[in-house]
Design a protein around this ligand. Sequence first.
Ligand code: K7E
Ligand code: CUA
Length: 685
Amino acid sequence: MFKRRALAVVGVLGGLAALLTYSACTNKAAQQKKVDIGASQSIDELMKARGLSDMDVEAALKTYVPSGKHDDYMIFASGGHSGQVLAMGVPSMRLLKVISVFTPEPWQGYGYGGESDKVLAAGSQGGHRLGWADVHHPNLSETNGDYDGEFLFVNDKSNGRVAVIDLKDFMTKQIVPNPLVGSDHGGAFVDPNTNYVIETSQYPTPLGRGYAPLSEYKEKYRGLAMFWKFDRKKGRIDVAASWGIELPPYTQDLADAGKVGSDGWAFINSFNTEMATGGTLEGKPAIESGASQNDMDYLHVINWKKAEELVKAGKAKEIKGVKVLPIEVAADEGVLTLVGEPKSPHGCDVTPDGTGVVVGGKLDTHATVYEFSKMKALIDGKKFEGKDAFGIPIMAFKDAIRGQAELGMGPLHTVFDDKGNAYTSLFLESKVAKWSLKDLKVLEKISTHYNIGHIMAAEGDTVSPDGKYVVAMNKMAMDRFTGVGPLYPQNFQLYDVSGEPMRLLLDAPIGIGEPHYAQMIKVDKLKPAKIYPPGTNPYTDAKDTNAVEGGKEKVVRNGDVVDVYMTAIRSHFTPDNLEVNEGDTVNLHITNLEQAEDMTHGFALNMYNVNISLEPGKHENVTFKADMPGVFPMYCTEFCSALHLEMAGYLLVKPKGEGDADKDKDKPKDEPKTPAKDEPKTPNK
Ligand code: K7E
Ligand code: CUA
């Protein structure tokens, strides 16, 4: 025990280990008592006092990142129903930022009167402004199959949307609602050069979201694989250049893009090929049992490069303005082919070398590894065992696979390391299974606490995974934490997979939920900005046309529209007092003149629901209708200086009939004021 610990310590913190002068073969207790760590307690005494084992101390040494030191990796994790994305450091598992994506977030001034309102509004579906999202799968942009640290894409399962986050400033720049589907799941996944952000539907609905009774499910309901064209230069999805492939009304699930030799292909697992629609009140089986009748569902194998050509050649039909390749065309042209998947498939992960596709099975004990070259040969040679009800060719299962790995109960998702190993989450067994891609044999298993869903590894789904760390994203936490009521914390568990056996290092409850997928990137690939160039509008990535320079502040009135050109700098706004008339439309153009790191000012206007964040150099445009007369303090919401509390001013909204705010300025000071009630009501100009 002692020897192992000493070695681990040397490995992790060589310097400290040397200082502690551990030795593998001496009398431990006597030696260690001498180790003074500066707080009058030896490590042994500390361990005893805190009830820590050797393994606990090893885990602590492997994850502790001293103040001022930075983590090696960053996790981008789905925030689940919160609609946000979490950025966390590894190995410390410290939460660095909750990136606001689909849901308003006050600290970042996201959705409270500024430019971000337009991003959120663009994410409306069917004219409804949506107040939440169910984020499932964050995906980093890739170049040649490796994370490049430039962009992050996430999907909203509940409302069928995809968002683009720019990692220059960790801000959401675009939300694209899919006008065709009722929900999505597979995606957002990118191809190895991020030509496309791929989004695939989950629960089938009529494409375009029209009405059709459930009795016409087979005829009218459909799935969709959407290929959102990504314009990397602009950093936005080019909606007009995007297109889709119509899919049968099976419930498409996870998806992944091919890489290396399988680049140009995409794979989607599915369930409910029975096309069950429930009807529990009428005594029909629930979808859960209706969808579990067949022994096999279908992996969808898609040649998207070919689909792209066919769309360009005019073979698509338009639904709600989106070009969609019909099932018949996709089936006939070899764009869409099916192959069986055992027992309630879940997960769909392409191996780092692009030769295999790993699919789990929630009610199975195996993960199936499909061999891309075999499937390609079957498709090219048109060797099929039949067609489904929609005329889509089906490959024989046994001819399409490399083999099956017997892993344990309920394998879901799989990630990879740098040594040819795969790590699969076992939901029912609450374990991670490490297995070899070479012979599909299990090497070891380790417990999670509990009911692991997704799993992530350092650079784990790139062409060159790093190994080192694996994180389990658990569905339950049970006995892990101090109670916070019946809704338990969501828990990430960090594992060291650099050697054998795997080691549990740390629990990280995240405060929001329920997260699904995450990706982990080496931090040296990220190049986030520290400040914005003066007057930058982050939503155009350019200097705003209304950007304000110091000394050029002004108020311009045009009828009942008031434009305020304002600056913020420690510790005042200029102008700091505004007077408008009830009913005026007020446009605030605020530039933060600071160019010093971390000198963010906030701008809050109470009662008007205005709250924005002004990072150094940032410009914001806020519009509101001054429909509430009265006096409204406006102030800076970031503690920016010793005189931060003094960074304040007033908005005065003069009630209708009390005279014009501008007109009053010209009146001689000594003119007696007429009480409002005596004045004739005149509309504001
Ligand atoms: Cu398995 Cu939406 Cu990726 Cu959750 S899904 S776990
Ligand atoms: Cu600016 Cu507080």
